[in-house]
Design a protein around this ligand. Structure first.
Ligand SMILES: Nc1ncnc2c1ncn2[C@@H]1O[C@H](COP(=O)(O)OP(=O)(O)OP(=O)(O)O)[C@@H](O)[C@H]1O
Length: 241
């Protein structure tokens, strides 16, 4: 029997990926050659010092930035050779983003903020269903200013998952939150992963977040120095911050 195509089980396969910003003396080598296979359905946490390349990799895999050399494929489809419209379609159909700052529309309710995305998605959840998933069923008609930071982040997560993306990219999702609220947000990310099977990538400086991951990528100086597979994953509520 023919060997199974390894891309079947991988969300991402990355080979020799580099990213250089600028040229000559001012060039910054943000990624110096990354090789990586990420199976579908995992929670992956990216750790490492400031400037080690975590966000750069996230942005390339999320179709927000382009590599300088090397390859990166999503479910067997090469991202590095996609045209701009193809990358836009990839982002629209397959990818959700959650950032440190929630970027909600202040004049729209929680429901309407989520609806903005579901209206333009092909196979969306109901906005109310997405808000239920993040534990905000009762707060749908509230405006961002009437919600706490953690609740606003949960609306942002609902907005990102409502289009049912294959992958959720989270860059410092708990960066602006205290530890209790941060744990509640991590629990929501875990629920999304478990209930929808979404692959979740989290860049964070909160190293304890690694305890809820399937896989932890340790970055240093533009490269992945170590990959750790967790045999035991903690519930976000058990994470010691
Ligand atoms: N648009 C850009 N132009 C020039 N240099 C950039 C740009 N984006 C990132 N860099 C540089 O690339 C390197 C890697 O940055 P990156 O944001 O990926 O690191 P990081 O590990 O995510 O850091 P942090 O934890 O501080 O967010 C840094 O030296 C950064 O200054």
């Amino acid at each position: 029997m023919a060997e199974k195509d390894p891309t079947d089980r991988n969300a991402f396969s990355v080979r020799g990926l580099t990213k250089t910003y600028g040229e000559g003396h001012s060039a910054v080598h943000a990624l110096r050659g990354v090789d990586l296979d990420l199976p579908k359905g995992e929670i992956v946490v990216l750790l490492g010092p400031s400037g080690s390349g975590k966000s750069t990799l996230l942005n390339i895999l999320g179709g927000l930035d382009r590599a300088t050399s090397g390859t990166a494929s999503f479910e067997g489809r090469e991202l590095t050779t996609m045209s701009d419209p193809e990358l836009t379609r990839y982002r629209r159909d397959h990818v959700g983003f959650v950032f440190q700052f929630y970027n909600l529309m202040p004049s729209l309710t929680a429901f309407e903020n989520v609806e903005l995305v579901t209206e333009i998605s092909e196979n969306p959840m109901e906005p109310g269903e997405a808000l239920r998933l993040v534990g905000l069923a009762e707060r749908q008609q509230h405006f961002p200013a009437q919600l706490s930071g953690g609740e606003q982040q949960r609306v942002a997560i609902a907005r990102a998952v409502a289009k049912q993306p294959n992958v959720l990219f989270c860059d410092e999702p708990t960066g602006a939150l205290d530890s209790t609220t941060g744990r509640a947000v991590l629990r929501v990310l875990r629920d999304v992963n478990q209930e929808l099977g979404t692959t979740v990538l989290i860049v964070t400086h909160a190293a304890a977040t690694a305890q809820m991951a399937d896989r932890v990528l340790h970055f240093a100086d533009g490269a992945i120095r170590d990959v750790v597979l967790n045999e035991i994953k903690l519930d976000p509520s058990e994470i010691e911050w």
